[in-house]
Design a protein around this ligand. Sequence first.
Ligand code: BGC
Length: 728
Amino acid sequence: MRRVLPKLTTALSALCCALSLSACDSPRASSSATATTAAHRPWLPRACPDSGPTFEPATKDGSANAQLDLCRIDSASLERGAEPPDLAEARARAAARLATLSQDEKLRLVQGSSGAFVGNIPAVGGMPAISLQDGPAGVARFSDVTAFPAPIALAATWDRALVQSFGAAMGEEERGKGVMIQLAPMMNLARVPAAGRNFESFGEDPYLAGELAAREVLGIQSQKVVATAKHFVGNEQETNRTSSDSRIDERTLHELYYEPFAASVEAGVGAVMCSYNRINGAYACENPGVLGDLKAELGFSGFVMSDWGATHSTVEAANAGLDLEMPLGQNFSGLAQAISAKSVAEARLDDMVLRLLTSLERVGVLGDPPTGNPSSVVTSAAHAELARQAASESITLLKNDAAILPLDPAKSVLVVGEAGSTQPSVAGGGSAFVDAPYVVSPLAALQSRSGLTVAYDDGTSDSLLTAAQAADVALVFVHVPSGEGLDRASLSSGADALIAKVAAANPNTIVILNTPGAVLMPWLAQVRAVLVAWYPGQENGNAVASVLYGDANPSGKLPLSFPASEADLPQPSGAHTVTYAEGLAIGYRALDSAGKAPLFSFGFGLSYTSFAYSALALSAGSEPGSLSATFDLTNTGTRAGSEIAQLYLGFPPSAAEPPQVLRGFERVTLQPGETRSVEIELSPRAFSCWSAGRHARYVPSGTYRITIGGSAQGAALQAELELTGSEP
Ligand code: BGC
């Protein structure tokens, strides 16, 4: 997914560099670059060497260190990939439809109306009515659908293929209900750990979020349903979400908050939803800066729809780049008048409609509209199984003292807490809420797995301590609620006293957290094990029982940091101006920059088996100027399991980046004793930063550190890379 598709000229120039073919060397790459060339290629350095390989491993001493020469890399090739291959054809079909529409019909296509779905566009010009529906965890609002785990759980799997299957399954269900545009994936960045919608997101890292969002887009759109990347942009808390102004500097926007959207655009996402908030003064849906960046810089060819009620003007919004007002046309109903007054060009209206129809044409839904309706039964045994697999893969083991897990089935178990029985955790609240057809409770699943009667206490009974003392093991289930419209009041799990009480009575206390994100754990030292099971969807109990009893190995890794203290990361701000003063330093980037140890770091998760990393080697990658890092990964334990190997890049100090940033990962499943060679490739873009001065990417020169391991704090292998960059 992370392929940068350079333009031909760039590719040739870089290829020459890569292969060191002096015959290919172009004069513009020398110090005598012409003025014209310099103007077009602002990053051409004053003096690139005339020859010399792009990549040179320093293998003589057996180290993995290497040199990479990106001196001649063009800033254009540091941008993300080209237009979707099928775009031109889809646009031609859309243009043909557009040509048949009257102005009145066009106007009806750019504003919502009432109807059976959360968003509705009436039928015009012989086309079917267009239906829009949430959301990120499955089909929202309707019944007989599959309640998948929350996206934050999918993010904890770091499993690209699984996320694509999840997207395809959701897309199939949406289409089965008659939906043409799905309002997912969500890719805000959990800047604030207590933000109410973090459960809908893919966590705090723009690379991870981008990789997974792109896969979800591919999955959804494979089902003839348009995917929607949301919420663009800087929608990082619920407090004052419809009025607050996110003040974000240009570099931070480009390197962090735009990045998952850029990955989605590269994957061909058909729609982007602009957010409720303002960005640097102007509301997102009438913000020429960010919408201009989306369409010009990120190359987005689809349509921008407003979040529900996030449009505040007619002329400003239309001219800034809003293409569709949702859910009704309070503002765009004034477009006809604005066009006749010439404050909005007729061509802008055509562009809005062309973008909408092009995205619908590209996924193929206009030619083949869905036949289902909101009453159709769309859940299936296969989707329930996918929901179970995803929930199981997402479970993240944070502590497992003396290998208390997996549980010995002969041990007597007490389940504590309603989340373990009568109120099992399923989903977060708000537009992403999914009506589960059933929910498997942990208690029921544990009983069926162990064949024993598992004791239960809701945590409030007088007999709790006696029951806890009597059991071999106490499992405390905690649901931490969260939803749209409200940030969490704190990072407390809300169950500190209960956990401490049970742990005081039973030394084998295990805590299972159904949480949307980070929580504090003042009781951590008193308990034997901690599992994060996120919001697991309808298969909750089956997933957690499979991990607790070791039928499945826990292989989730945290997609966001668990800080040691609330003060270590930003709180929701009550101010109307929210300044992102930390810039690039969010999540683990912030903790690393401040030298603060997390409670559990980004990327962390234990396993029932163990893994060893060895034999790091760097070599030229498959594309011009790219780098390939290969290493061996061995399952050194006695159980099969998956490891998520992560590659972090440390930039030279001149780049002023956080100490390390995630730039690659692979999820590898290994049998006991098995070794596999793993490859992670870094494109030239991976080494790039955004220059606010030049409004473009460049590659800083200097020494880069490549760190590979099982978490942001788990360096197992390291190498250095001397890089000749592209700054002037
Ligand atoms: C949310 C969006 C959602 C829309 C439609 C809004 O309140 O912010 O994420 O897609 O409602 O339900």
